[in-house]
Design a protein around this ligand. Sequence first.
Ligand SMILES: [Zn+2]
Length: 43
Amino acid sequence: MAYVCLQCGKQIKDISNFVRCPYCGYRVVTKERSSLAREVSTD
Ligand SMILES: [Zn+2]
């Protein structure tokens, strides 16, 4: 399942135990193929 970073908009295909954009370090991403833009956040 792919995710999209809400800050830089890049696709993140490989997410490990924690959700964080490898490009900008932002920690809020959304599931790309979801009708609901559900935010996934880790803190
Ligand atoms: Zn990002």
